[in-house]
Ligand binder design. Structure first.
Ligand code: HEC
Length: 429
């Protein structure tokens, strides 16, 4: 064979390989990835800054998509864990990252429209399906400017019997002024916030009271007050597996805790919570416990100030999910379980905490944590000027509700037998 013939044969072989025949295209290769991994946030009305639904929408962002996925900035996920530990891990497979990069490098070709998968359908309105019951908060007027302390509203359920819920969703009326919202269930015999009448907004802090997380009422397992659902941009609604349920007992009240933020124009909000009833009385009750530390002072300028917290289990718990919560100065947190034999089981490790992503890490295998297990949370805070989110490196920082104050909480959703006395779940130390 002549030299030219060899070259020609080689070129033919390359041309015949599937890769060369089929360069990466938007409709066939890229769109399925965007649908499954990106459109939950990147579609109209959601938190992603641009929709990624069509070729026209995605085309200008081809390089940015390559960049954001190669660095694993997108989709957001901050836990450092082996693949498969968390069943809600949205991380792209290496092959998917390669496809997005190859598409950008090839000049973002569209390909053939008929290769496209059918559009992904997203639920309009409630994402939990049609709720069986909806409670609506009274309207709230958010002023144009200024910081607003956590604002509360008591809404009686009027339930005359215990109700088991399989899903709960908080829907803000106006996301533009909503930093986040939490809804608590206050049992009949809880004294929490009893001095306030139902149906009228109030701010406990105006009376010098502190009722944020880790305040008097909710350190450890709050027996008579349970956070049942919340709204944080980007976080899906709360749904428990079948056979599990969240309890709203007869005579309980819902307490809406809102963190409104001002955005330059006065705005009205009317937030709702919807519940789907569990089909049968569940075999397991899902509750939230926490390991938190409210007694810290982060010195000015400290770049890695450690703060720890623990919670000792008084009953066996099945671990469903866990998540760290800090504010702007949060730098890292790792959550672990010290089992009664002394063995340490790592649970969630977030080496580079990012306040903008309040992610919940759901375990693929639900571990049984025996009575006597010590849940541990070890955090560091970065109060130095090199923390780009730091509002003021010169401040000594303590616990507080506002983002420029700090929090230190490891949250754990666990399941216990339905008749468990919640006061026994976490032993006060
Ligand atoms: C949980 C919600 C969420 C998911 C899922 C998500 N994004 Fe984003 N994305 C955001 C938000 C919010 C921003 C703007 C804030 C930021 O940049 O962190 C953003 C920003 C971006 C940017 C701009 C980054 C920059 O550097 O300015 C790109 C590109 C992007 N996303 C691509 C993607 C792709 C591709 C996927 C899927 C593989 C994806 N995102 C998944 C919420 C999401």
């Amino acid at each position: 064979m002549t030299r030219t013939a060899i070259v020609a044969a080689f070129v033919l072989a390359v041309a015949a390989s599937p890769q060369a025949q089929q360069p990466v295209t938007f409709y066939r290769d890229v769109l399925p990835i965007l649908q499954s991994r990106c459109q939950t946030c990147h579609r109209p009305g959601e938190i992603g800054p641009m929709p990624l639904g069509s070729y026209e929408e995605a085309r200008p962002y081809a390089r940015a998509i390559k960049q954001a996925t190669a660095t694993r900035k997108m989709p957001p996920w901050n836990a450092d864990a082996p693949a498969g530990r968390f069943h809600n891990d949205p991380s792209l497979a290496p092959r998917e990252i390669e496809i997005l990069a190859a598409w950008a490098d090839a000049g973002a070709p569209a390909g053939v429209v008929t290769d496209a998968p059918p559009p992904r359908a997203f639920a309009q309105g409630w994402t939990i399906g049609k709720p069986d019951v909806v409670f609506e908060a009274a309207p709230y007027q958010v002023p144009a400017s200024g910081a607003i302390e956590y604002t509360y509203l008591i809404v009686p359920t009027g339930f005359t019997e215990d109700r088991w819920m399989s899903a709960a969703e908080v829907r803000p009326g106006n996301r533009g002024v909503m930093h986040h919202a939490n809804v608590y269930v206050r049992e009949r015999d809880s004294n929490w916030l009893r001095e306030y009448p139902a149906g009228k907004w109030f701010i406990p802090q105006e009376r010098g009271q502190r009722f944020g997380l880790g305040g008097a009422s909710s350190a450890g397992a709050s027996a008579r007050e349970q956070m049942i659902a919340g709204y944080i941009p980007g976080r899906p609604a709360k749904q428990v597996p079948s056979g599990y349920g969240m309890l709203v007992p007869a005579g309980a009240d819902l307490i809406f805790q809102m963190h409104y933020t001002t955005n330059g124009t006065p705005a009205a909000d009317r937030t709702k919570i919807g519940f789907v009833f569990a089909k049968d009385r569940p075999g397991k009750r899902v509750i939230r416990i926490q390991a938190s530390n409210a007694d810290f002072v982060i010195p000015p300028g400290a770049s890695s100030h450690p703060v720890s917290a623990t919670a000792l289990l008084g009953v066996e718990c099945e671990l469903i999910d866990a998540y760290p919560h800090m504010h702007f100065r949060g730098r890292s947190m790792s959550l672990a379980a010290r089992l009664p034999g002394g063995r340490d089981e790592p649970l969630v490790n977030v080496p580079r905490y990012d306040f903008n992503w309040q992610l919940v890490y759901e375990f693929a295998d639900r571990m049984k944590l025996p009575k006597g297990t010590l849940l541990t949370a070890d955090a560091t805070f970065d109060n130095s000027p090199s923390n780009r989110l730091n509002p003021n490196p010169k401040a000594s920082v303590r616990w507080g509700d506002q983002s420029w104050e700090e929090m230190m909480v490891g949250f754990f959703d666990v399941a216990v037998p339905p008749d468990t006395d919640l006061r026994t779940v976490v032993i006060r130390q």
